[in-house]
Structure formats: structure tokens, C-alpha cells
Design a protein around this ligand. Structure first.
Ligand SMILES: C[S@@+](CC[C@H](N)C(=O)[O-])C[C@H]1O[C@@H](n2cnc3c(N)ncnc32)[C@H](O)[C@@H]1O
Length: 285
């Protein structure tokens, strides 16, 4: 496995995924009952945008560097989370999904993070050593869905929660086979949870078979959230990204719609050449 998220931290795909992740957490945390979050492909949890990898790719320059406050409330909350991360960890810090989960969730909530690469998993463990809410597992995140769901810690069961599946797609489209098998397993074990699968967009038409399969997953509802920062006319570049949200919390469409249009405006490479889509594959009953 060659993928290192440090090259991509803070890019347009992270911006979309992390804005949506915070919005999902906010909905979950609106009720006092404890929640459980599983991050199956967690990365190291904290990145350095002045580090060698991030500087070499420069991807954050076309990502979070283009965002500004006061445009949309969900984007504001994301920028506030980045600012909180920088206050604790330095001016070039960028929070990965485990950091954002720990930031957005509460004392009564619990978080499990899986990471397969030993170096990344060790860094993740070190980054959360002081947070008793966060359990780090150096293991395969797909297998963890079977092992850890439905969540139960001591006598405590969790009615509410979220599973983020954010694989590196080194296997290209074949990654969807593993991801969908894991989602089916997760939905059967913990049907009331929300699930979010991130995916890259190169040429959108290549994803038609995956979208048909996604629509047939045994979820109560399924929402697509997609952002293209340039036309999807090249099969070689990541022109955008998407999230498949299964059983998202009530009201998420209204929260994400304005954020998505604002992200398109702020992140599209050339004015008017980006695209955004918020579409129910299965609308809630
Ligand atoms: C896209 S990155 C994660 C980024 C992170 N979710 C975030 O938003 O900050 C994907 C991570 O998954 C890890 N990985 C790859 N295959 C895995 C597997 N089967 N189980 C767990 N982690 C895996 C990679 O080492 C990499 O760190």
C-alpha cells in the first residue's frame, strides 16, 4: 500500500468530506443520547501543511486555502474546527477525520478509529493517547465493521451513530466491491446508524454501475453529495469527489445544500466549470 494522506490533506476532497462529516456530527449531537462513531480508514488524524508531502503536492492551496468565513454556516464550522486544531497543534496543522470526530462529539460519545498502515496507526495512537473517548485499532477497517458493530462498550449500547468509510481506492473501481460488502454488513448489524462512503470522481459516467448498486443497498435512505472542481473529462485526474450517505440524519439535505453550492463557487478551478449535485438515490419515507 503506497497511499499517504499527508500528500492530500486539506484538498478539495477533504473540504467536502470534512464539511459533511461535521454536519453529520452536529445532527447526531443535537440529542443528548450518546453516539458512537467508527472511522474505518482513519489515517494519522493530524497533518502538517508545511510538511514535505503537503508542500510537494500543493493540494491544500487549491482546497482549504480558498475557503473563507461568512459564506455558509457549515463551512464556518469547518473553518472554526481548523482554527481550533491550529491553536492546539500549530499554525500549519490540518485535522484529519479522527480529530474532527473528537472535536465535534461530546464527553458521553465514543469513537473507534482503524488504520492499517503501521506507521500511520502509530501516529494516530500517539495523537489520541490523551483522549479516553477514542480507541485506535491498527487493523483492517472493513473487518472492523463486523467486529465492532453494533457497538457495545461494557453495558452501554448506542442507538445513534455514524460510520465513515474513506478508503484510498488504490484498487480503483474494485474498491467499491469491498466497500459495499462492508456497508451491507454494517447495515445488517447496526441498521439505525448513518453510513458515509467517500469516493473519488474522475469521469462520472464510469460510476453508473456503482450508483445502481448503491441504490439497491438495504438502507432506509441514500443521498449522494458530489462536488466537481473541474469538468469530468479526464479519466486520469481526480476532478472531484462524492459521498454516499446512507440513513443520514433528518435535515441533512437542508444543511448541506447551501454548503455544497458555496464549496463549488469557492473551489471550482475556473468560474462556472465546476458542478455540484445533491441527489436522493432513495428518499426517506
Ligand atoms: C483517505 S485516507 C484517510 C483519511 C481520513 N479518513 C481523513 O479524512 O482524514 C485512507 C487511509 O486508509 C488507510 N487504509 C488503507 N486500507 C485500509 C484498510 N483496509 N483498513 C484500514 N485502513 C486502511 C490508508 O493507510 C490511509 O491512511
Amino acid at each position: 500500500m503506497n497511499y499517504r494522506h499527508a500528500f492530500h490533506a486539506g484538498n478539495h476532497a477533504d473540504a467536502l468530506k470534512h464539511v459533511a462529516l461535521l454536519a453529520l456530527c452536529e445532527s447526531l449531537a443535537a440529542k443528548p443520547a450518546p453516539c458512537f462513531a467508527l472511522d474505518t480508514h482513519a489515517g494519522r488524524g493530524l497533518y502538517r501543511l508545511e510538511g514535505e508531502e503537503a508542500r510537494r503536492s500543493g493540494e491544500a492551496d487549491a482546497g482549504i486555502a480558498r475557503l473563507r468565513p461568512g459564506v455558509d454556516s457549515a463551512i464556518d464550522r469547518y473553518l472554526e474546527a481548523i482554527a481550533a486544531c491550529r491553536e492546539r497543534h500549530g499554525a500549519d496543522a490540518y485535522p484529519g477525520s479522527p480529530w474532527l470526530l473528537a472535536h465535534a462529539l461530546r464527553a458521553q460519545d465514543r469513537i473507534a478509529c482503524c488504520e492499517l498502515q503501521p506507521g500511520e496507526a502509530a501516529a494516530l495512537k500517539a495523537n489520541f493517547a490523551g483522549d479516553a473517548r477514542v480507541a485506535v485499532h491498527a487493523r483492517d477497517g472493513y473487518a472492523a465493521i463486523k467486529a465492532l458493530l453494533a457497538p457495545k462498550i461494557g453495558d452501554q449500547r448506542f442507538a445513534r451513530g455514524l460510520v465513515l468509510v474513506d478508503p484510498p481506492y488504490e484498487a480503483q473501481l474494485a474498491e467499491f466491491d469491498a466497500a459495499f460488502a462492508a456497508l451491507r454488513e454494517g447495515l445488517s448489524r447496526w441498521p439505525q446508524a448513518a453510513f458515509a462512503l467517500w469516493y473519488p470522481l474522475k469521469q462520472r459516467r464510469a460510476l453508473q454501475p456503482m450508483l445502481r448498486e448503491a441504490a439497491a443497498l438495504p438502507a432506509k435512505s441514500a443521498l449522494l453529495v458530489e462536488l466537481l472542481v473541474r469538468p469530468d473529462d479526464s479519466p486520469l485526474r481526480m476532478n472531484g469527489s462524492g459521498l454516499l450517505l446512507l440513513n443520514p440524519p433528518f435535515g441533512i439535505e437542508e444543511r448541506l445544500a447551501p454548503a455544497l453550492s458555496a464549496l463549488r463557487r469557492l473551489l471550482e478551478e475556473d468560474e462556472g466549470h465546476g458542478d455540484a449535485r445533491l441527489e436522493w438515490l432513495r428518499a426517506p419515507a
